[in-house]
Design a protein around this ligand. Structure first.
Ligand code: ATR
Length: 270
C-alpha cells in the first residue's frame, strides 16, 4: 500500500536504533495485511521526547528500546501490570489519544518456547538476572512453570529470584539433571566471544529444551552443544520475532504474519 494522507505512523524509539530490525519486520507485516501504516526508527536521547512525539504526531503505537524502556513509564497515561512488574515498557499503544505502556518481552519469550510445547508444570532453569531474565522469568511463572534462577553474581540472582518468587541456584553448582527447559538470558556467547558458554552442558540429556536469547551469532556455542546432545533448541531470533508479533497484534488487533516476520529477520541477519 502506498503512503498517503491517511497513513498511520508507528516506530521504535531508542538509542542507537540504526541497526533495528523493527522497521523491516513491521513494514513487511503492515504490507502483507494491506494496512495503511508505516514504521520508522527514531534515535532519541530522552524518553520524554518519545511520548511527546507520539502525542504531537498522533502515532498509532511504538516500540521502546534501550535506553528508554524504564524512563518512558513516567511519561505515559497508563502502564499495565505486566510492564510494571517487569519494570520496563517495550510497547506503547495509542488508544484514542491515551498512551498505554505494555511489555511483550515475556509474552514473546513464552510464544517462542511454546513452539516446542507447553510450559505449565515444567522445570525451568533460567540463567541471568538482568532485564531480559526478569521478563522471561515473569513469563515462566505466569505460565505455571517451576522456575530456578542461576546467575554469575549471586546477590543479583537471589534478588531477582526473591522478587519474582522463584528458586535460586549458584551458577557454579547448577544441576541440569531433570531440567525440562534451560534458558540463557545473559549476553554470554555473543560476538566477539562466540566460544563462550554460560554453563557447561555436560549433564544435558535430550529431554531438555534449550533456548538462547543471543542472536548474534544465530547458532551460539550453547545451542550448538545442545543440538549435538540431541536437545531441541529455540534460537535468539524467536523471542525477538514473537515480542514484535505481540506488539503488532496490540496495535492492529489483527493476527500477525509470523512466518513472514521471522523470514524478514533471518534475511536481514544473513
Ligand atoms: P539485560 O538487561 O540485557 O538482560 P544486563 O542487565 O546487563 O542485560 O544483564 C546481563 C546478564 O548477563 C547478567 O545476568 C550478567 O550477570 P551478572 O549479574 O553476574 O553481571 C550476565 N553476564 C554478562 N556477562 C557474563 C559473563 N561473562 N558470565 C556470566 N554472566 C554474564
Amino acid at each position: 500500500m502506498g503512503i498517503d494522507a491517511k497513513t498511520r505512523l508507528f516506530g521504535v524509539f531508542g538509542n542507537p536504533v540504526t541497526h533495528s530490525l523493527g522497521p523491516a519486520m513491521h513494514n513487511a507485516a503492515f504490507n502483507a495485511l494491506g494496512l495503511n501504516a508505516v514504521y520508522l526508527a527514531f534515535g532519541l536521547d530522552e524518553a520524554k521526547g518519545a511520548a511527546e512525539a507520539m502525542r504531537h504526531l498522533n502515532m498509532g503505537g511504538a516500540s521502546v528500546t534501550i535506553p528508554h524502556k524504564t524512563d518512558i513509564m513516567a511519561h505515559l497515561d497508563e502502564v499495565d501490570d505486566t510492564a510494571r512488574t517487569i519494570g520496563a515498557v517495550n510497547t506503547i499503544v495509542n488508544r484514542d489519544g491515551r498512551l498505554l505502556g505494555s511489555n511483550t518481552d515475556a509474552e514473546g519469550a513464552m510464544r517462542a518456547l511454546e513452539t516446542q510445547g507447553t510450559i505449565a508444570g515444567k522445570k525451568v532453569t533460567l540463567i541471568g538476572a538482568g532485564g531480559a531474565a526478569r521478563a522471561i522469568g515473569y513469563g515462566i511463572l505466569q505460565r505455571g512453570g517451576a522456575l530456578v534462577i542461576a546467575n554469575r553474581s549471586e546477590e543479583k540472582g537471589r534478588a531477582l529470584a526473591r522478587d519474582l518468587g522463584a528458586g535460586f541456584s549458584p551458577l557454579a553448582s547448577l544441576d541440569l539433571d531433570g531440567v525440562d527447559i534451560l534458558i540463557n538470558a545473559t549476553s554470554v556467547g555473543m560476538v566477539p566471544r562466540i566460544e563462550a558458554m554460560p554453563v557447561s552442558v555436560e549433564g544435558l540429556t535430550p529431554r531438555t529444551l534449550v533456548m538462547d536469547i543471543v542472536y548474534n551469532p544465530l547458532e551460539t556455542a550453547l545451542l550448538a552443544a545442545a543440538r549435538a546432545k540431541g536437545c531441541p533448541t529455540v534460537d535468539g531470533t524467536a523471542m525477538f520475532v514473537f515480542q514484535a508479533v505481540a506488539q503488532f497484534e496490540l496495535w492492529t488487533g489483527r493476527t500477525a504474519p509470523v512466518d513472514l516476520m521471522r523470514r524478514t529477520v533471518l534475511e536481514a541477519l544473513n
